[in-house]
Design a protein around this ligand. Structure first.
Ligand code: ATP
Length: 751
């Protein structure tokens, strides 16, 4: 397969992109033949030859195979006539712009499965809730009455969850390495922290028996917990500090970067018993901080272990493990085990590996929450690679045509927040930071254009900008696109290209908020984060791997609570992803339903008042309005173009095994541009260089890109999975070519 074929799907240069004629009717085979014939005809020198060939060709369905008559350039006026908006417009015409109607030429879903009405999903018993049968208590599992009482009275934890039951029992008595794998939101953090803390607390008993002082902060560093993001490290450290309140002679700390190394060094010098760290920062301290003595480390926990193994941390991890091995010494503290135990923990851990790079897992025990996983209902071979989602999580998917994506997301969120209190918090996942930034601007824009103009004319500089008031960093704003007077919604944005202090402040605000709020983010928030009251997760852009999907939707339906998730898929090959969604459920997916795409628009933009415009007209009006908004503001127009460009590039980075479902060749770039409020033809969209303000965070970005984006999906892109095809090769070559050819093309801004 030629590279050019792949390149044609990207907005690289006019010379590369040629418009293709579209064929309608007949079978797909007829359309393919017709398309090939046209391509061939284009290259024919002798028209007579061509005519002769056409005459003899087979065309059983007699579909029209000639190229369409040249399209009349549509203007905003003509589009309004067909689309419903009859208002005169003020935007000047630009020959490079193209205004298409929202509701014409949209591809239909291939699968005609009947969508279920909202609320028709069956309720299922939660699978990640605490075990409240009264039989399982923390003390029964071997925790001391002191620690169990602390959990009950101070942390309000009455009973363990299933994974805590399995892991505490195991890790309290055994020295073997372990894999802890259980659903999202099932309490895995405490599943490894509780036995670890208990065993370190127990060292004090032994030292007392030896007439020594009890263990204290200078006795040594016994455990290191590694996690892939700073946010996750902070979260783990807060949980740890809360537990250690009942053992105040033990001290924990973090080294996670983003703050001065000097203060981290000072903390290490004072002495810590448990350290929570990101791999990069720990590696740095192991090389440069003498005060960091790791000779006593006997527990190494890799939280989100699968991520740590595959997202570009490999080298750092290998270095860390080598140094821990080399520096390990017999401990002076009685009762400290002789060998180090390694524990890997994740909701998506493949537990059939005994050696991961330099990390040898000796006879590792597989700790699972659910003993049923071992019985005859265990997943069949082809399902082994998929992971369960909490059974009570109600998932749905909507097959949305590319042109209708933006209006559908808006309509869905409008509907979601129509009544106060029905949904508190929602997270919307997008594929790249540029897209997050653009949608944040779009959804928070002042829709009252008259008022906006008046303010501008009056030069109303005194009035503080509402956005600035809400957040000095510009990451929190009113979500005007889906707020209503009875239920104002607060909008947040989060991605890895923001400076760390902004990330922390934004996440903190979203977490603490008691108002209805939406967070638009990249996968930086997909893993491990335990954000309270998230009722809904929307995957506007599907995750780059089904494992990431499991983590994203796991931000809701935690510890037995209800939760909803919606994923946007496009008609065509993306519909095959539904099979992957079904595999997440033990019962084949009764809690998975299809939401009708038209119904989303009707409910979001429609009204019961028959005198008012119908939903199609209102939807078109809204779309036209945002297109004009982008056109009239050069800053927003550039954001839209960047977002579109980064989105298309990011689309090419789905993992190899899933690329047949997210086939870049099937993307309709022109239609997609409309969902970024753009009227440009795809070939005209090329925004070079870094986005404004990015220089400040270039360092952060590089780290994030090397980690989260590039190397993570390198696993998919470069390890040729069984069954990969020419298409994968072509896509890979194309990605390499893009990196070479385009200024800033490797800049996906994914994290
Ligand atoms: N035994 C328990 N009883 C009640 N709540 C619990 C219990 N154990 C943990 N929790 C709470 O459950 C929430 C989720 O825990 P945690 O973040 O450890 O889940 P997880 O399995 O690691 O999720 P993820 O896979 O998404 O990282 C936390 O708010 C925690 O306080």
């Amino acid at each position: 397969m030629a590279d050019d074929g792949m390149l044609m799907n990207f907005s690289i240069a006019d010379t590369v992109i040629k418009p293709e004629a579209k064929f309608k009717g007949g079978t797909w085979r007829d359309r393919l033949v017709a398309k090939k014939r046209l391509a061939h005809r284009g290259s024919e020198k002798d028209p007579k030859d061509a005519a002769a060939r056409n005459a003899t060709s087979k065309n059983p369905n007699q579909i029209q195979i000639g190229p369409r008559p040249a399209k009349r350039q549509r203007t905003e006026e003509s589009s309004h006539r067909s689309g419903g908006d009859r208002r005169p417009h003020q935007t000047p015409r630009d020959p490079r712009h193209f205004v298409s109607s929202l509701f014409t030429s949209n591809p239909e879903p291939r699968n005609a499965e009947e969508p279920k009405a909202e609320g028709e999903q069956e309720d299922a018993k939660p699978t990640n809730a605490p075990l409240i049968d009264g039989l399982d208590t923390f003390t029964n599992l071997g925790l001391s009455p002191n620690l169990a009482a602390h959990l009950l009275t101070k942390l309000e934890l009455k009973a363990p969850t299933a994974i805590q039951k399995s892991s505490i029992g195991q890790l309290m008595k055994e020295e073997s390495d372990a894999f802890i794998q259980a659903e999202t939101g099932s309490g895995k953090t405490l599943a490894y922290l509780l036995p670890l803390v208990q065993r370190i607390m127990d060292l004090s008993k032994v030292t007392k028996e030896h007439n020594d002082n009890q263990v204290h902060r200078d006795s040594g560093l016994f455990a290191i917990v590694l996690a892939p993001t700073r946010e996750l490290c902070k979260q783990i450290s807060v949980v740890l500090e809360n537990i250690l309140r009942c053992a105040n002679w033990l001290v924990c700390g973090t080294v996670i970067g983003g703050e001065k190394k000097k203060s981290e060094k000072a903390r290490l010098r004072k002495g810590l018993n448990i350290l929570v760290a990101t791999p990069g920062r720990l590696a740095d301290h192991l090389d440069n901080t003498e005060a960091l003595d790791v000779s006593n480390v006997r527990w190494l926990v890799l939280d989100e272990g699968d991520r740590l193994m595959d997202m570009g941390f490999e080298e750092e991890l290998q270095g860390i493990v080598k140094k821990l091995d080399a520096r390990q010494r017999p401990s002076r503290v009685p009762g400290v085990p002789t060998r180090r135990t390694t524990i890997l923990c994740s909701a998506t851990l493949k537990m059939n590996v005994q050696k991961l790079g330099e990390i040898s897992l000796k006879d590792a025990v597989h700790i699972k929450a659910d003993p049923e996983d071992e019985d005859e209902n265990a997943p069949k071979k082809d399902e082994e690679d998929s992971f369960r989602v909490p059974a009570q999580l109600k998932q749905s998917y909507a097959i949305v045509a590319p042109k209708l994506r933006l209006v559908s997301l808006t309509a869905y969120l409008k509907r979601t927040f129509i009544r106060k209190g029905s949904v508190m918090k929602a997270i919307v996942f997008m594929s790249c930071a540029d897209s997050v930034d653009f949608h944040f601007e779009l959804f928070s824009r002042n829709q009252d254009r008259e008022q906006q103009k008046k303010d501008e004319e009056e030069g109303d500089k005194e009035k503080p900008d509402e956005k600035e008031e809400l957040s000095p960093h510009g990451t929190i704003a009113p979500g005007r696109a889906f707020s209503n007077p009875g239920n104002p919604v607060l909008l947040h944005r989060l991605h890895g290209s923001l400076p760390q202090n902004v990330r922390t402040a934004t996440l903190g605000s979203f977490s603490r908020s008691t108002e209805a709020c939406v967070m638009i983010c990249t996968d930086v928030a997909a893993r491990g984060l335990d954000l309270p009251n998230v009722d809904l997760v929307v995957e506007y852009d599907p995750a780059f791997s089904s494992d990431d999907h499991t983590h994203r939707i796991g931000r809701t339906a935690r510890v037995g609570r209800d939760g909803r998730a919606l994923i946007f898929l496009q008609p065509g090959c993306e519909e095959n992803y539904v099979e992957i969604l079904k595999r997440g459920y033990r019962d084949g997916g009764k809690a998975l339903t299809r939401t009708d795409a038209n119904e989303i628009l009707k409910r979001g933009f429609g009204s019961n008042d028959s005198r008012k415009k119908n939903w199609e007209e209102k939807t078109t009006d809204w779309q036209m309005d945002v297109e004009r908004w982008a056109l009239e503001n050069p800053e927003y127009l550039e954001m839209a173009r960047r977002a579109y460009q980064s989105h298309v590039r990011a689309y090419a980075t789905h993992i190899a095994a899933e690329r047949s479902m997210f086939n870049i060749k099937e993307l309709h770039l022109g239609h997609l541009a409309k969902s970024f409020a753009l009227r440009d033809r795809p070939g005209k969209i090329n925004v070079p260089g870094l986005r404004p303000g990015q220089e400040d965070t270039k360092k952060d970005f590089k780290a994030a890109r090397n980690g989260a984006a590039g190397t993570k999906r390198k696993a998919g892109a470069e390890d040729k999975a069984p069954g990969t095809t020419d298409l994968d090769d072509a896509a890979r070559k194309m990605r390499a070519k893009m990196r070479e050819n385009m200024a800033g093309a490797s800049e996906f801004n994914l994290a």
